[in-house]
Ligand binder design. Structure first.
Ligand SMILES: Cc1cc2nc3c(=O)[nH]c(=O)nc-3n(C[C@H](O)[C@H](O)[C@H](O)COP(=O)(O)OP(=O)(O)OC[C@H]3O[C@@H](n4cnc5c(N)ncnc54)[C@H](O)[C@@H]3O)c2cc1C
Length: 478
């Protein structure tokens, strides 16, 4: 088994028994809960496409680590071609699910670990890289999905981890035992943590002296004893549970808070433990890969947004209106800018000592900075083009109501040739594209806040070279 089908993926999740809560109650069957299932379906698209005749060649390859065919969502890139494939696959998935497919974060952890564990071993003589390779082969052979347990709750943002009043506000090692470690803490905004087989925990920031217990990286199954998933509220959640007015009923996104309540991690699953000098590199590598991933999937979502805008123009009789066509051009421009930066980050990638290819971090961060601003602007354009019904369309249940349904169908007609049902469906999709909080907030905060992107650009850009260019032209010699 190395490339799972969609059904095999769903069945493999059924074997897990995670402890989860939603709306104050224990969630006994996450897989069949409509809300979680919408997220599972989105991740499931990565399995569906990998086993489809049309997209198999793009989504699968042969692993240099196992020699087996694998889904690319388990492969740290081994060439520029692998880096480029990541972006193309993410765009295709954005087109396919119109929201976050939720499988990139785990891969981005695997990518970071494949570089940094090797570098730690070279400096400290630790055994992390071999442990990591063993874990990677396990992930590839079983075609498992991982989650990124990166963002800590963080308490007072002005204080270092060890300086917090409550010592557990960053995930930490509370005990070292013969067979492994005990960890305690909580990670937030855990995209699709119940659609995953494994949770991969990495530090959320660079750490210094005194933070040794917080410098910890590991992987555990999503149903490990002591792991508690608390599913967060989002703008679409009640509709997903009721099964009405979803806009894009098959796919959705959810992001639990995950509590590690004294969780045992065996040593063979520990990939960082106390090496504070590599925490900065770990988070830098993870977030740079993750920002490259966003350039692909969000340009894919923008394609859907432009498609919804164009279709609504047909339905509203505004298809030839010049200022609306211009606005669609702006949306396409934004998609191609994101995609272009993300592709460029891939083509400018370089081989690291472990053999993994790393992207150009400045270009990846430039892509993410565009995303934070331009997805919001694209949403504004979408709403402008579609009209005010993005905000307050009557429910499907009103259209089905024998007393008022007929009147609604009469008054919600659009241009000749468009059906009321199609018009209502497309408006609903536009609403979800614009206002699905779990996805739209990730345009801004997913992969770190905009300031984190700016700081990376500043740190990774060669500022002296730029000064030298200017000075040479100005005739200044130093
Ligand atoms: C939908 C969504 C999905 C996500 N998925 C995942 C996931 O799967 N896995 C994961 O690990 N994380 C995930 N994240 C978390 C994401 O990486 C964080 O939200 C992001 O890093 C910001 O952290 P925060 O939310 O704690 O905000 P904060 O850290 O509180 O930041 C708020 C603001 O304060 C600023 N700020 C904070 N501290 C300082 C400081 N010391 N100095 C200066 N400025 C500061 C920030 O720049 C920002 O502008 C997701 C987030 C969202 C919204």
């Amino acid at each position: 088994m190395a490339v799972k089908t969609f059904d095999q993926y769903v069945e493999s999740l059924r074997k897990l028994k995670p402890v989860a809560y939603m709306f104050g109650e224990r969630l006994e069957n996450a897989v069949d809960n409509p809300r979680i299932r919408a997220g599972i379906n989105a991740t499931g698209a990565t399995y569906e496409l990998a086993t489809s005749a049309e997209h198999r060649d793009l989504l699968t390859t042969v692993s240099p680590f196992t020699g087996e065919p694998i889904n690319r969502f388990t492969l740290p890139p081994q060439s520029i071609g692998d880096l480029v494939a990541r972006v193309k696959i993410n765009r295709l998935l954005g087109n396919r699910v119109g929201t976050c497919h939720q499988r990139c974060t785990g891969l981005d952890c695997l990518c970071a670990l494949s570089i940094v564990t090797y570098n730690i071993d070279r400096k400290h003589g630790t055994p992390y890289y071999d442990r990591f390779l063993e874990f990677l082969r396990y992930m590839q052979h079983n075609d498992f999905t991982a989650n990124a347990s990166v963002t800590d709750v963080k308490g007072d943002r002005g204080l270092d981890p060890h300086a917090q009043a409550d010592k557990d506000l960053y995930l930490r090692v509370v005990e070292r035992q013969k067979d492994g470690i005990i960890v305690r803490g909580a990670k937030v905004h855990q995209t699709g943590s119940l659609s995953c087989h494994e949770l991969i925990a990495l530090p959320t920031r660079a750490m210094g002296k005194g933070d040794e217990d917080y410098a910890v990286g590991f992987a555990v199954p999503a149903d490990t004893r002591g792991v508690i998933h608390v599913v967060g509220r989002t703008s679409m959640d009640s509709r997903e549970l009721e099964g009405v007015d979803c806009g894009n009923p098959r796919y959705g996104k959810y992001c639990p808070t995950v509590i590690y309540d004294d969780v045992f991690v065996p040593w063979e699953r520990v990939f960082l433990c106390g090496e504070i000098d590599f925490t900065g590199e770990m988070v830098h590598r993870f977030s740079a890969y993750h920002r490259q991933s966003h350039g692909g999937c969000k340009s894919g979502k923008l394609d859907v947004m432009a498609g919804a805008a164009l279709t609504m123009m047909d339905y509203n009789g505004t298809a030839r209106v010049a200022h609306l066509r211009e606005k669609v051009v702006d949306m396409i421009h934004k998609a191609e800018t994101l995609y272009g930066c993300s592709l460029a980050a891939s083509y400018e990638g370089k081989r690291e000592p472990s053999g993994t290819y790393f992207i150009d971090a400045v270009l990846a961060n430039a892509s993410k900075l565009h995303e934070g601003r331009d997805m919001a602007e694209a949403t504004r354009l979408l709403i402008d083009i579609c009209g005010g019904y993005v905000a307050d369309l009557p429910s499907d249940r009103d259209f089905q109501n024998p007393e008022v349904g007929g009147l609604l169908k009469k008054y919600l007609q659009g241009a000749a040739g468009s059906s009321v049902e199609s018009r209502v469906r497309m408006l609903r999709l536009a609403e979800k594209l614009a206002m699905e909080s779990a996805d739209t907030v990730s345009d801004i905060h997913g992969g770190g806040s905009s300031q984190a992107h700016r700081l990376t650009i500043l740190r990774e850009s060669d500022l002296d070279y730029r000064k030298r260019c200017a000075k040479r032209l100005a005739g200044i010699e130093e």
